[in-house]
Design a protein around this ligand. Sequence first.
Ligand code: FAD
Ligand code: NAP
Ligand code: SF4
Length: 680
Amino acid sequence: MTENPTSTDYPKLLSPLDLGFTTLKNRAIMASMHTGLEDRAKNIDKLAAYFAERARGGVGLIITGGYAPNRTGWLAPFGAKLTNRLEARRHQKITSAVHAEGGKIALQILHAGRYSYQPLSVSASAIKAPINPFKPRKLTSRGVRWQIRNYVRCARLAQKAGYDGVEIMGGEGYFINQFLAERTNKRTDEWGGTPENRRRIAVEIVRRTRQAVGPNFIIVFRLSMADLVEGGQEWDEIVALAQEVEAAGATIINTDIGWHESRVPTIVTSVPRAAFVDITGKLEKHVSIPVAAANRINMPQVAEEVLTRGEAQLIAMARPFLSDPDWVRKAAAGAPDEINTCIACNQACLDHAFQNKHVSCLLNPRAARETELVLLPTRRTKRLAVVGAGPAGLAAATNLARRGHTVTLFEAGPEIGGQFGIAKRIPGKEEFAETIRYYTRQLDLTGVDVRLGTRVSAADLTGNFDEVILATGVSPRVPAIPGIEHPSVLTYPEVVRDGKPVGKTVAVIGAGGIGIDVSEFLTTENSPSLDLKEWKQEWGVTDPEKAPGALTTPVPEKSPREVYLLQRKKGRIGAGLAKTTGWVHRASTKAKGVHELTGVNYERIDDDGLHISFGENHENPRTLAVDTVVICAGQESVRDLVDELTVAGVLTHVIGGADVAAELDAKRAIEQGTRLAASL
Ligand code: FAD
Ligand code: NAP
Ligand code: SF4
């Protein structure tokens, strides 16, 4: 567990920032995150409650999800927009809820340009994005001017709605960024051609917005400080843009990095913390308005270090405020070990956004559901046993105790965490240890009676508790392959958790999430997530001053082993992985030279290795002369206590992997634990 420093450990983070006409109470910005609630008028109360909770938690400045300035800029058909007074009036619910909590809030104006998932999309040029089937229409010069007027109208409406400011999204490959970069701007009129012409739209939007809203309104400009795509802006252009938007009236520059179509990961968990702040620091020197650093900053100590080094004056974080609305309050109370640290998994936030589902958080299922998932104090205290301290059991135990129940948590193993204790050892998943740290502290704070190293039986539980929650999780499936008992065969917990020796050539049976993680484990000696220089080399990221788009040739670390990753299904390995992270895993195993074999039959395992064949007719028999076979063939529920407890008449609830093993992940485990805790 981390030591409890006092708030004086974060003097910079917690110090106010005077913007001249208004003061932010600290340096923490809640960066824009589209929740999906923005898209429907009926969700305005939910959105107000979501932001109010973050304002109560002490955030210095909240920025809403993106609102389009007109229909051509929608993220998706009928998405969020702010184009008329009726919509603006509705927003007053949000602004007054935030102001009542002592917070400040700005509305993000987001025009998706060629990322707009609909046939009305427009851009600088008619060039389709590789991640969108819709080809945008090239705007006429008059059309560009109309768009600028729409930005200004949107900002005026935001001001009328009571917002403290607006953020103009100029990065991430969206509309304005599409004008800025040669990659997507092939125009020859006053909006293209020279770098100055390409910047014109951004500068005009800021200048005219400032004229319209007057001096006492925050204008944040979100600026891409490295596009991480071929044909991205050159460093001189980026510096000139920052200076010109400052001169045009921006109050703050909020930096970001990489387009959505970039093939360099920028926010997934394997990206080292604060990976790009050196670039923010370079830019900061060229302007006199405050600059915000962003991307993979998730703990107060990291934020404080960035501010102390003078690389930025503000820290923008989006996901960390989903996982913990009280992030700032806890930092100020000198209790960073109470923070539910965002593990950058994207599973319930960005992956949901890309599937058009409401955004929430794997760790905090209440996020953006504050009015629906409520944990009220109980009226009748019960004696409850929770069996299993994996994510499901931990979420249930801590939330039940927080509500006032008397909770005993039994765990067979020597420590809490369940399968997260294995996940945290995978290179690039080190953040998962933070979740175990969080729950360790919460168990303490909520007074749960924790019994480690205690494998309970039904008899131990009968008669001693009012109700039992079984969260006994899953165990690895051992497939019926002839020779499976051969000494060369190991399960993934034996390899990753127990550190059993593995040879130089390895076959991994099963290419689901765990098979891919295990392949990363076997092919990585030093985790690049812990070494920024190595990580940049691996992904080909360089100083933006040296190369446009900050891209260079990737040089991955050599794998210490030869690994075969196998599945029975035909088709691409990793096809079922999530949209925002799957491609990173696939690129990483490819770079490590992992051999991928699909449509495989496992014939037998013996001293010669793993014998396989392909297809229904068992063709092309082949022997993989491997030293070790690692089984990652899915999971089975551990439910041995269910029947006995039911027969004994004990009221029993089953959650997490113990309930259903198929398609289990921590998102479901934690949500089920939390929902059950809210209901008992
Ligand atoms: P478990 O985590 O299996 O916990 C069950 C606990 O119950 C165990 O600690 C066990 O010791 C205990 N127990 C069992 N029987 C008894 C008994 N009789 N008495 C006392 N204690 C008992 N999920 C994601 O969402 N995202 C990821 O990126 C991800 N990566 C992963 C990577 C790896 C390498 C692995 C192995 C898993 C990963 N997972 C991931 C899956 C995730 O960890 C599981 O879905 C989750 O842990 C399931 O939670 P659970 O509480 O249901 O069960
Ligand atoms: P999984 O994704 O269901 O994959 C199981 C693999 O084993 C599949 O490749 C399957 O493919 C194979 N398999 C199944 N039965 C088999 C059998 N009898 N013999 C041989 N092979 C068999 O499960 P998992 O990899 O164990 O992961 C468990 C859960 O953890 C997942 O649902 C996932 O959500 C979560 N997780 C997530 C991440 C992440 O990054 N988000 C990472 C790790 C884990 P074939 O049937 O084609 O052989
Ligand atoms: Fe962070 Fe994962 Fe929660 Fe998203 S779902 S906020 S990435 S912990």
